[in-house]
Design a protein around this ligand. Structure first.
Ligand SMILES: NC(=O)C1=CN([C@@H]2O[C@H](COP(=O)(O)OP(=O)(O)OC[C@H]3O[C@@H](n4cnc5c(N)ncnc54)[C@H](OP(=O)(O)O)[C@@H]3O)[C@@H](O)[C@H]2O)[C@@H](O)CC1
Ligand SMILES: Nc1ncnc2c1ncn2[C@@H]1O[C@H](COP(=O)(O)OP(=O)(O)O)[C@@H](O)[C@H]1O
Ligand SMILES: [K+]
Length: 493
């Protein structure tokens, strides 16, 4: 699914109005109906609803939603935040349509705010994607007052005060909804952790914007939903054999961190690879053979950490990093790997930290190598950023400069491609914030590379399937009980 900027969404709006064709008022009606369908799925009509409207089109939606909910038997109160003299044309039309049945309360100052029962669901339709500056004055005061209430808040399209495409500053007044029902597309802001409390759970309401516009308009931002991920899976053909699915090499582990190698191996084996060899230090030999009998093992000369490479000529993909440590000889091993490998490569964990501490190695990264840093590893690689929009730009510039794929891990992992496009992941949960889940991801992606998936598709699909397995594991035993092995065990293709 594409993620558009607010400017592009306005353009999609105009395109739909001209080419469907449909009046802007009817499009607002359709959007409000879509919101109401989603709202009614969640809340029964015995709950009173208080709808706070601004005077732009977001407020116009609020007025239409008020009318539609009333028709469905909800007890609705409407409050109009008088931040400007005249409302937009569609606001005014919906005001006229509502006026016969309702007497909206006009808020000129916070004193005008009514007492609401805690049961009342607040619908936030004060400001939408037309936000042109941080909320201030009356709007800011109303937002802060609403946030102080214990009531459940549902935002229309986007929380009032939240910028869709750029960072807010600390202290900007922004509604904190428990849920956002957004029109047609997720907004970029929803996908960044800094905005979690200004987004809540979000749902997309399809309002039928014109498919030609959506298809033909370029954006660097995508959301990997189920449909997008499933399209990437290459089916296993009937007459295939283990040679068809590649031979992966994972270079991982050191004394005390063999678990990382074990987890990567398990996940690699559960992701369709034909053959797997693990290159590990001698201390891990029995551990690996017993925990993963399906894997072959090549043992390093060193007992405790990896110092050298096996013959690389037979491998169709290589993963390096989990549990590796950063010993001097390990650094030399990584340098040699970067200098000699002809196979697709994924670099994780300590191998990333080695790159940060030895930046001359960055210039040796083969094109299309996949890097999977968590935020701290990414910061070590590129330096710090003042907000997550800036961090995303850093990742896009890094991926573009070195022609690599960067999987910036976290909730909604951002897979950043060498052409600077970003694919945000839709799966995964907070139960996965536990040691070893990243090692599982390395194993999955190595397996996909070995099978011939392009680095781009291996990263996007691997990240999606990893999150999906985490979701299955969390469903079975709850988030707190989830451990990394569960993610590997719950992989299914
Ligand atoms: N295609 C779609 O998705 C569809 C979208 N639709 C809906 O349209 C919404 C966008 O509507 P919109 O463009 O009228 O903007 P909206 O946010 O209501 O506010 C604009 C007003 O607020 C003002 N204002 C701005 N910042 C302010 C501030 N900080 N403090 C105070 N005032 C501030 C601004 O004034 P100005 O900046 O001009 O001074 C202007 O008066 C969108 O979110 C969705 O709900 C659907 O109806 C149909 C299909
Ligand atoms: N809150 C979260 N929601 C979804 N996924 C998460 C969340 N927290 C962590 N993850 C996922 O768990 C993995 C953690 O990786 P990482 O930090 O490298 O772990 P480790 O180094 O212990 O193996 C990443 O794939 C990340 O996307
Ligand atoms: K809103």
């Amino acid at each position: 699914m594409k993620i558009f900027s607010t400017e592009q969404i306005r353009e999609a709006d105009r395109y739909t109005i001209t080419h469907e064709p449909i009046s802007s008022l009817d499009l607002m009606e359709r959007a409000s109906q879509a919101f109401v369908r989603c709202f009614c799925d969640q809340f029964v009509n015995t709950r009173p609803v208080g709808i706070f409207c601004g005077k732009g089109n977001n407020g116009g939606d609020g007025l239409a939603i008020a009318r539609l909910l009333s028709e469905r038997g909800y007890q609705v109160q409407v409050f109009i935040v008088e931040h400007t003299e005249t409302g937009s044309a569609d606001f005014q039309e919906n005001y006229e349509r509502l006026k016969n049945h309702h007497s909206p309360i006009h808020i000129h100052a916070t004193n005008d705010l009514p007492a609401l029962s805690p049961k009342t669901i607040i619908v936030d339709a004060i400001l939408g994607s037309g936000l042109s500056r941080p909320a201030e004055g009356l709007v800011a005061a109303v937002i802060n007052s609403i946030n102080d209430l214990p009531n459940k808040i549902i935002s229309v399209d986007i929380a009032s005060g939240l910028f869709a495409d750029k960072s807010n500053q600390d202290g900007n007044p922004i509604i904190k909804p428990s849920c956002t029902i957004s029109f047609q597309f997720p907004k970029l802001a929803f996908l960044l952790p800094q905005n979690a409390e200004y987004t809540g759970n979000w749902h997309i309401a399809d309002i039928g914007l014109h498919q030609d516009y959506i298809r033909n308009t370029a954006t660097p931002y995508y959301f990997t939903d189920k449909a997008a991920a499933e399209k990437l899976i290459i089916p296993r053909k009937k007459f295939s054999h283990k040679g068809t699915f590649g031979h992966a090499l994972v270079i991982a582990g050191s004394y005390g961190k063999m678990g990382a190698a074990v987890l990567s191996a398990k996940a690699c084996l559960r992701s369709g690879v034909g053959l797997l060899s693990m290159h590990i230090p001698e201390c891990g030999y029995e551990i690996m053979q017993i925990s993963n009998p399906e894997a072959m093992v090549t043992v390093d000369n060193n007992a405790r950490y990896i110092t050298n490479l096996p013959d690389l000529s037979t491998y169709s993909a290589i993963g390096v990093g989990p549990g590796l440590g950063k010993e001097k000889e390990t650094i030399l091993m990584l340098e040699k790997l970067l200098d000699t490998t002809q196979s697709p490569l994924i670099i994780d964990a300590d191998a990333l930290n080695i790159l940060s501490e030895n930046p001359h190695l960055l210039d040796k990264l083969p094109a299309n190598t996949i890097l999977t840093p968590h935020p701290k590893e990414f910061q070590r690689l590129t330096g710090s950023s003042s907000n997550e929009f800036e961090r995303l730009e850093l990742a896009r510039n890094f991926a573009g400069k070195y022609k690599v794929v960067v999987c910036l891990k976290g909730a909604n992992t951002a897979v950043v491609l060498p052409n600077r496009d970003v694919h945000f992941n839709s799966t995964g949960n907070a139960g996965m914030a536990t040691g070893g889940t990243g090692d599982v991801l390395t194993g999955i992606i190595t397996a996909l590379l070995a099978q011939g998936y392009t680095p781009q598709n291996a990263a996007i699909l691997g990240v999606y399937q990893h999150g999906l397995a985490g979701d299955k594991a969390a469903q079975a035993r709850g988030m707190s009980a989830l451990i990394a092995s569960d993610v590997a065990e719950n992989l299914s293709w």
